[in-house]
Design a protein around this ligand. Structure first.
Ligand code: PLP
Length: 400
């Protein structure tokens, strides 16, 4: 068979995908496995948004749109950046893509040459390093453990920057940790980046609206406007409006970067889906009460899940400030033995023990560059979450 590219070989099947497929196998064998692996809200897309899509279809909004998004959606995004983030940007500084993930793809393909480095604070969203590798860049991980609240510190950032650094990733609230950076913390990172004019900043704000801290949301382009010429701020409707399947993400950055990204997107997709763009306009411009309601639901679940996890022997869970993930540390379980004599040496061992013997899927932190933690998503009903935590507890209680 003709060979696959080095690029394709550099990205394997993700750990998450492997676990999801093992859980599906067990389910097919009749086991009632609970999966807390998913990174999407469990709510339906609000009705007004679905109706806007229907209307768009009925009114013939079914053709190719401008590559970087319809004017109407770009106007809505412009207003969103102004109202929510205090960013004043022109329409040619805005681009709409097929999900926020696609923004990353466009950005890295538009800027990375072989060997260029991208600083990725770990724990990280699994896709960051893989997308960097597809674009032939080199991910550089900076370990940010539980002791620093899983956040990048100025000194760790400073130590990681080299002449080859092209980008620094900032993700707040974070997937997988739920950590939220304060304005002071972001400003301190900006202070470091200011000294290195060859470095771009990618601010992944996709969980902006799922945040439980008080005060204004902190994003670097607003806090360090002098760096806006090298900042790409990305966001989207997937998480905030329960629209993961609609595939609409957007970003704002300097004109030249947006232009290059648009050229790349034009050859990949011609542009985002016309109907989903009409739905995204309604999401951004229609009633916003869904944001408060879903945030309140997530907060209630977070509080309970953190409490239940902290009742599990060997597990310590910090209270995440945003997103819909809990990220407990379970190194105290390592070195212990299961009832059938298997030693739990790593977080992967713990995940497979819990899946095989207690019918619950957790995502081991190794998928996110964190060897001592696991991630569970609390985008599920309280009933399911309680049962899942009971199973985790039962598993932990069996370890000797
Ligand atoms: N950024 C982070 C941190 C995410 O967790 C995700 C989705 O899981 C995305 C970006 C991508 O979002 P989208 O569904 O809009 O591509």
């Amino acid at each position: 068979q003709p060979a696959l590219s080095k690029r394709a070989q550099s990205i394997g099947l993700s750990k998450i995908a492997q676990l999801v497929s093992r859980a599906a196998e067990l389910r097919a064998q009749g086991k009632d496995v609970i999966s807390l692996g998913f990174g999407e809200p469990d709510f339906d897309t609000p009705l007004n948004i679905r109706e806007a899509a229907q209307k768009a279809m009925d009114e013939g909004d079914t053709r190719y749109t401008a590559t970087g998004g319809t004017n109407t959606l770009k106007l809505a995004v412009q207003k969103k950046f102004k109202n929510d983030n205090g960013l004043d940007v022109d329409l040619d500084q805005i681009m709409v893509s097929v999900g926020a993930k696609h923004v990353l793809f466009n950005a890295f393909l538009a800027t990375l040459d072989e060997g260029d480095e991208v600083i990725i604070p770990a724990p990280f969203w699994t896709s960051y390093p893989d997308i960097v590798k597809v674009a032939e860049g080199t991910p550089v991980f900076v370990s940010c453990g539980a002791d620093v609240g899983f956040k990048l510190t100025p000194s760790a950032l400073e130590a990681a920057i080299t002449p080859k650094t092209k980008w620094v990733m900032i993700n707040s609230p974070s997937n997988p940790t739920g950590a939220v950076y304060s304005a002071d913390e972001i400003s301190a990172l900006a202070e470091v980046i200011r000294k290195h004019p060859h470095v771009w900043i990618l601010s992944d704000d996709i969980y902006e609206h799922i945040r439980f801290t008080e005060g204004k949301y902190a994003t670097i382009a607003a806090l360090a406007p002098d760096l806006s010429g090298r900042t790409l701020t990305m966001n989207g409707v997937s998480k905030a409006y329960a629209m993961t399947g609609w595939r609409i993400g957007f970003c704002t950055g300097p004109k030249a970067l947006i232009k290059a990204m648009t050229a790349i997107q034009g050859q990949a997709t011609s542009g985002p889906n016309s109907i989903a763009q009409a739905a995204a306009v309604e999401a951004l411009e229609g009633p916003q009460n869904f944001l408060d309601e879903s945030r309140a639901t997530f907060k209630e679940r977070r509080d309970k899940v953190v409490c239940w996890l902290n009742e599990c022997p060997g597990i310590k869970c910090q209270t995440p400030d945003g997103a819909f993930y809990a990220f407990p540390t379970c190194s105290d379980c390592f070195g212990k033995v299961t009832p059938d004599g298997t030693k739990i040496e790593t977080i992967d061992d713990l995940a497979s023990f819990l899946l095989e013997k207690h019918d619950v899927t957790i995502i081991p932190g190794t998928a996110f560059g964190a060897p001592n933690e696991f991630r569970i998503s609390y985008a599920a009903s309280l009933e399911i979450l309680h049962e899942a935590c009971n199973r985790i507890k039962a598993g932990c209680e069996q370890l000797q």
